[in-house]
Design a protein around this ligand. Sequence first.
Ligand code: IMP
Length: 199
Amino acid sequence: MALKLEPGARLVVATHNPGKARELAQILENRFQLVAAGELGLPEPDETEQTFVGNALLKARAAAEASGLIALADDSGLSVAALEGQPGVYSARWAGPGRDFTVAMRKVEERLEEVESRDLAAWFTSALAVAWPGGPAVVVEGRVDGTLTFPPRGDRGFGYDPIFIPEGHAETFGEMDPAAKDRMSHRARAFEKLKAALL
Ligand code: IMP
């Protein structure tokens, strides 16, 4: 089986978030018919792996097996050098059941105070996986490096954006024009690699 995606192919996006499915469709230049896992009533697997690549693969494989369609999944998060890469794959979970990223960002600041580190280096990672039902899978990773800043600044982004200043810039992802963020983000970089591999 050739690991190429034909234009117009029907892909299931292993996200239960319709916003994410739309964002993925835009990045894939509307080349494919994207169906959200939620629309097909597919179960959401637990993200039990310790790496972004592992969780993206787990989600893509589960959706491909359950739907019989080629599946695309992502996993992403913030890693802080002085915290040995935390929150990492636990980025969403640090925000608690209320998904409150004010709480998650404060937790990052508190943990940095606990370890008494002045090292504010951090990076966002996005892993993207495509899996064929009963067959192979392709996974890629994109990363953007930067520095943390406290208190949080800007309300134009989401998640940890207000505390992250990408390398070579002065504004946080939360302050930056979203289109500018989209051009340099970990997700954009992962998509470039995925397109190179599959299109
Ligand atoms: P996922 O949905 O399991 O991939 O969770 C990723 C989590 O990482 C999100 O809930 C965000 O908190 C965080 N994250 C990933 N990408 C970004 C980003 O571009 N900006 C801010 N936070 C992000």
